[in-house]
Design a protein around this ligand. Structure first.
Ligand SMILES: *[C@@H]1O[C@H](CO)[C@@H](O)[C@H](O)[C@H]1NC(C)=O
Ligand SMILES: *[C@@H]1O[C@H](CO)[C@@H](O)[C@H](O)[C@H]1NC(C)=O
Ligand SMILES: *[C@@H]1O[C@H](CO)[C@@H](O)[C@H](O)[C@H]1NC(C)=O
Ligand SMILES: *[C@@H]1O[C@H](CO)[C@@H](O)[C@H](O)[C@H]1NC(C)=O
Length: 400
């Protein structure tokens, strides 16, 4: 009798807790995971394709984890994130040498210079450079003059931190970029499936003609065969003051963003620390529904996250992932966080427009974060628009 009562009570309590959890606006969800070696071998599509569709398709979070990346890359990422911390702890006078106010601080060092939705943001410091090339304009002075912030090489603080930051940055970025090719190939299949469904629903004479005349440029081709504008961003989040968000709600402008797993440090001792409870990446999955992204528990993985350029180029078949970074409850410790992102992007002069047979209303159709993010429909009113122009328009919307 007592035992039965205990079992019943236990069950009732579990039911109560579960109810409380669903009433809350924030829940946790494991990120969809796929295996690196299966991803890169072209003949295992049957395993990988459904996982990418689950991550990037209509009800997905818009984030995919690729597990089991090469040990050498995981090791280089650790070294790079230690360098990130060293850079961020240089004196303000030293860091000023690496700022480019003439380029709106989007090359080299940037902290407290950009406004985020009207407020000066000092929560993080960034070091930006082209992910792959020291000279993306390949010496063309016309391009350098027309797209200065997309083509300039920063001065590197290698001597100040006594490490080969420039080399390590590009080694890690190139490896991350290379893997993005395989993810994009699968993302293109997700787009194809959605677009052919759309065409079936709308089987008119004209839709048929349009399809015949023009081919959709696959995302992997826009990035890997037509672009030299891929940006690496080393990020240091300083210990959070008054639990202020480390990074507010936003979408990336990229086609795909590749993220290295973060390292946390006890800022007072410099020792590696565990992530404070509740810290890390959150996704705005639906109106008023925030999902904490649960990551794999080793660090041999990379995250792939959708940006707005893929939303435009896919006619809304893919939707950019609205996300933020929370500091969690550091419980009296001063905890900082370092990470590295590679923005895989269209070239500066790539015209962005929805694919043949789709329009701007398809691009806007599944936007669900307009209460926290300036909606695309306010920033993108006509197409085609050059990617560099789209970037400038978005930056103005967020930072002014
Ligand atoms: C820095 O790293 C790059 C890439 O690994 C390498 O090619 C270069 O020789 C290194 N430079 C120095 C000074 O160690
Ligand atoms: C496009 O880029 C990929 C990856 O770099 C390469 O394998 C392929 O040959 C390129 N295709 C063309 C048409 O250049
Ligand atoms: C989200 O929550 C806010 C504040 O609680 C509320 O005003 C708004 O109507 C909600 N939006 C939706 C779409 O439910
Ligand atoms: C955290 O940093 C602040 C400001 O530097 C310092 O006053 C405080 O003692 C630090 N807290 C701990 C637990 O070390």
């Amino acid at each position: 009798m007592t035992k039965a009562l205990t079992v019943w009570l236990f069950g009732f309590l579990r039911w109560l807790t579960a109810r409380a959890a669903t009433d809350q606006e924030t829940c946790s969800q494991h990120v969809v995971q796929t295996d690196y070696s299966e991803l890169i071998s072209s003949n295992s599509d049957p395993t990988v394709a459904p996982l990418v569709a689950k991550a990037f398709g209509q009800h997905g979070l818009g984030i995919l984890a690729v597990r089991g990346i090469p040990e050498a890359l995981a090791q280089a990422r650790r070294e790079l994130l230690y360098m990130s911390r060293s850079v961020a702890l240089l004196s303000p006078e030293t860091l000023a040498k690496y700022e480019r106010p003439d380029l709106d601080f989007v090359v080299g060092w940037s902290r407290g210079r950009e406004k985020f939705r009207g407020k000066v943001d000092t929560a993080k410091g960034s070091f930006y450079a082209n992910a792959l090339y020291a000279d993306p304009a390949q010496g063309d002075p016309m391009l350098e003059a027309q797209y200065p912030s997309s083509t300039a090489e920063p001065a590197w603080p290698d001597a100040d931190i006594g490490a080969n930051l420039s080399g390590c940055f590009r080694d890690v970025a190139r490896a991350m970029y290379t893997i993005s090719y395989h993810v994009l190939r699968h993302a293109d299949s997700v787009v194809e499936a959605a677009l052919s469904q759309r065409r079936r629903r709308l089987r008119t004479f004209w839709a048929h003609k349009v399809r015949r005349r023009k081919r959709r440029l696959p995302l992997y081709e826009v990035t890997h065969n037509r672009s030299r504008l891929h940006v690496g961003r080393l990020l240091h989040y300083y210990p959070s003051v008054r639990q202020q968000n480390w990074c507010g709600w936003h979408n990336d402008n990229s086609i795909l963003t590749v993220l290295a797993p973060p390292l946390y440090f006890d800022d007072d001792t410099g020792a590696e620390a565990s992530a404070p409870p509740g810290a890390g990446l959150v996704v705005y999955a639906a109106p008023n529904k925030t999902v904490r992204v649960e990551l794999p528990d080793d660090d041999r993985f990379l995250l792939f996250q959708l940006g707005e350029a893929s939303q435009v180029l896919s006619g809304g078949a893919l939707v950019a992932t609205p996300h933020a970074v929370l500091p969690g409850a550091s419980e009296g410790r001063n905890v900082s966080r370092d990470t590295f992102a590679v923005f895989v992007e269209p070239n500066w002069n790539e015209p962005l427009s929805p694919p043949p047979g789709s329009g701007l209303k398809d691009v806007y159709a599944d936007e669900h974060a307009s209460d926290v993010i300036p909606p695309l429909r306010d920033r993108l009113r006509k197409v085609p628009v050059d990617f560099a122009q789209f970037l400038a328009d978005s930056v103005r919307e967020y930072y002014d």
